[in-house]
Design a protein around this ligand. Structure first.
Ligand SMILES: [Zn+2]
Ligand SMILES: [Zn+2]
Length: 159
């Protein structure tokens, strides 16, 4: 027959185990909640995701001289040729698919001609978030390269 101290020890172990599991479950729960928030919130967009959103919003079509009034793309200032991939905006302005995609990635998410907004602000912000950090790292790497090059030249002068 178990003594009182043995029973107490058992209760103690079980309580400890119960709380450990409880804490673990809480941690898992909190992680999944923060994960869910992270997913639905402002996670940075990759260029591929951004281009996919552009394609969904403004599907690319093929240039048909008979149907389009616009003779040239005002981004690259060259005349459209039959069968070229184009994007026609709601404002009726027409651009080469590649020209507009580059414009939307590097400049603004608006029509290059009339500045009409083409993508939701939130999408643009999420894309910019992604774009900015690597550029910063790149410039840092360049700086390190520049410094090591200068340093190399400096050393060579004395050798
Ligand atoms: Zn163009
Ligand atoms: Zn326009």
């Amino acid at each position: 027959m178990a003594t009182l101290s043995q029973i107490l020890a058992q209760i103690y172990t079980m309580t400890l185990l119960f709380f450990t599991i409880l804490v673990l479950e809480l941690v898992i729960l909190l992680r999944s909640i923060s994960g869910a928030v992270y997913d639905s919130g402002d996670r940075p967009l990759t260029t591929t995701q951004y281009l996919k959103l552009i394609e969904e919003k403004i599907p690319a079509t093929v240039y048909d001289a008979a149907a389009e009034a616009a003779p040239e793309c005002t981004v690259c200032l060259s005349a459209f040729e039959e069968g070229e991939a184009i994007r026609k905006l709601k404002c009726k302005h027409v651009f080469h698919k590649d020209c507009l995609d580059t414009w939307l990635q590097q400049c603004a998410a608006t029509c290059p001609l009339c500045r009409r907004k083409l993508l939701p602000e939130e999408v643009v912000l999420r894309y910019r978030q992604r774009r900015n950090p690597p550029e910063y790292e790149g410039s840092d790497e360049e700086l390190v390269y520049l410094l090591s090059a200068l340093h190399g030249n400096y050393l060579r002068r004395f050798m």
